[in-house]
Design a protein around this ligand. Structure first.
Ligand code: SAM
Length: 336
């Protein structure tokens, strides 16, 4: 869903980008995968690979940048977007205007989004950008939340790096009796998340602007600490600090459950995953992949550490894959 009003030319531009991305992700990917299997160096030097890589980089740029890109579209609607009436009820939204984001967070425009999520309209641009994209499978967050909660009785859940609240709200549906907190470093994200929280959930959901590694939330209280697509945005030292913070936040017997990306074994898919890190401005994607998460969690005292491939929609784990997809995994561990 996007709330960005599109003029006719911007709409045509964005439709073109979406159609070209469908070709890139589907037929072109399938051709490349078939050609590259068994080719030297996983097909790195194939013309099809170069074409695939060029399209990935430049279609992403065209989506966000330039006069018909989402950042400019949002800016043209700025006055209307910031003027939207919003009076959050007590407890729904906590902002921290003194928060200074770590240098790694501001060092580059992640996903090629100009200004990233710290920009005033960052969350609106991000939401429009993910709509219909590779991290927007309709069942992604619901499926993850339902599997993690299962039939266990859960009272408190914390969603770290909650963005505009997709995972947070999915957990409220998976655990209808639970209180769910969402934390994100970007004010634009928690404001949009709070703004869109249905009134029926007021009192059950709270969004807070904070650094995930120093959340300021009370320790020993959460049954589940979770995140979707957070770990790969953090350098190794920050991921290790996050593991320590997670151990502090969980109650004994609680679980940590991340949904993130781990490198595929198939050499062609691995080449494309590594290229994606560069082409999508994901400076820590590969660094995060190099951490032995099982060991890092075990070292922090967690037990039953498991990393499992995750099917974001039916048939997603089929081989060969029908479309280019990110190598989703759940990473789950229990605090004794
Ligand atoms: C790729 S987005 C995913 C958002 C959301 N979890 C979802 O599934 O749509 C990553 C989010 O993590 C947040 N983030 C990154 N580093 C963070 C940190 N150190 N502390 C808190 N939030 C962080 C970003 O602001 C962003 O909203």
């Amino acid at each position: 869903m996007s709330d960005l009003p599109l003029d006719a030319e911007s709409a045509a531009h964005q439709r073109f980008v979406a159609a070209a991305r469908s070709y890139w992700r589907g037929p072109l990917f399938r051709t490349l995968h078939a050609q590259a299997r068994g080719a030297p160096d996983a097909g790195r030097d194939l013309v099809t690979h170069r074409y695939f890589a060029w399209l990935e980089r430049h279609l992403q740029r065209m989506k966000y940048s330039g006069p018909r890109g989402l950042a400019a579209i949002a800016q043209r609607s700025r006055d209307a977007l910031v003027a939207l009436p919003f009076a959050p009820p007590p407890g729904l939204l906590t902002l921290d205007p003194t928060l200074v984001p770590p240098a790694y967070y501001t060092a580059c425009d992640i996903h090629q989004q100009p200004g990233g999520l710290l920009a005033e309209l960052g969350a609106h641009v991000y939401r429009a950008g993910v709509t219909g994209g590779v991290v927007d499978a309709a069942t992604l967050h619901e499926r993850f939340a339902t599997r993690i909660v299962g039939d266990s009785r859960v009272e408190r859940i914390l969603d770290l790096g909650c963005g505009f609240g997709r995972g947070t709200l999915a957990f409220t549906r998976a655990a209808p009796a639970a209180h769910v907190d969402g934390v994100d470093i970007a004010a634009s994200c928690v404001i949009l998340a709070a703004r869109e929280t249905p009134a029926a959930l007021h009192g059950r959901v709270a969004f807070r602007q904070a650094e995930a590694t120093t959340s300021g939330l009370p320790g020993g209280t959460y049954d589940i600490v979770t995140s979707t697509m957070l770990l790969h945005e953090m350098p190794q030292a920050a991921v290790r600090a996050l593991i320590v913070e997670t151990a502090r936040l969980l109650r004994p017997g609680g679980i940590v459950a991340h949904l993130d990306f781990l490198p595929p074994a198939d050499p062609v898919l691995r080449l494309l995953f590594e290229g994606h890190a560069r082409r999508n401005n994901e400076p820590y994607l590969l660094e995060h992949s190099r951490i032995d998460l099982a060991r890092a969690y075990a070292d922090a005292g967690f037990t039953h550490v498991e990393a499992t491939p995750f099917d974001e929609e039916d048939g997603a784990l089929a081989t060969p894959p029908r479309v280019w997809r990110l190598p989703w995994h759940t990473i789950v561990a229990r605090k004794p």
